[in-house]
Design a protein around this ligand. Structure first.
Ligand code: FES
Length: 188
């Protein structure tokens, strides 16, 4: 909504509110001169126009905050992401990298499908899977992680953090990428 439209909307709502309140005041008073009614109506208009414009701005700002902070955006990091069964690796197979969610899906013999957040627990670099080494190796300071995310070596204090995984009826999985629900060091 542009400032001009917002102003016009505020004036319109103010005019409408002034009419309604003015009518109610006339009904309540039951009498009074025409000039005093006019004055009251003008005052009401100004007051309600200001209130209307303020209300619209407040609603816009509130709506913007709710939209920004809403935790359940789907399909992007921070929300729940569905992964089709066809993308889930075979047990021990090449990790499936899903960039929008910032995770790798691995399928371990012991624990099944796990989603590993690619953010290094040391200082936050993005950790890639190195096929030739069959390990995750951080390019920043060399922390090494096994296929299941466990820390092997390097300065990282623990293994790759995990995201909650739910198995769906269709054989796929849903990964909860909300950083506040990430499981830290769950399996070490
Ligand atoms: S940020 Fe990964 S080892 Fe330092």
């Amino acid at each position: 909504m542009t400032p001009l439209v917002r102003t016009l909307a505020g004036l319109a709502s103010g005019w409408l509110a002034a009419k309604v309140f003015g009518f109610l005041e006339i009904l309540q008073a039951g009498h009074g001169s025409a000039s005093s009614k006019k004055l009251t109506s003008r005052r009401s208009f100004t007051r309600n126009a200001a209130l209307g414009a303020t209300g619209i701005v407040t609603a816009q700002v509130t709506g913007g905050f709710v939209w920004l902070l809403w935790p359940n955006q789907t399909g992007a990091f921070g929300g729940e992401i569905s992964i089709a069964e066809s993308s889930i690796p075979e047990p021990g197979g090449e990790p499936f990298r899903y960039a929008p969610g910032q995770f790798f899906l691995v399928n371990t013999e012991e624990d099944g499908v796990r989603a590993l957040w690619w953010k290094c627990p040391h200082l936050g670099c993005t950790v890639p899977w190195i096929s030739g080494e069959d390990q995750f190796i951080c390019p920043c300071h060399g922390s090494v992680y096994a296929y299941n995310g466990d820390r092997v070596s390097g300065p990282a204090p623990y293994g790759l953090n995990e995201m909650l995984v739910t198995v769906n009826d269709n054989g796929g999985v849903t990964v909860d990428t909300n950083p506040t629900t990430v499981l830290v060091d769950q399996y070490e």
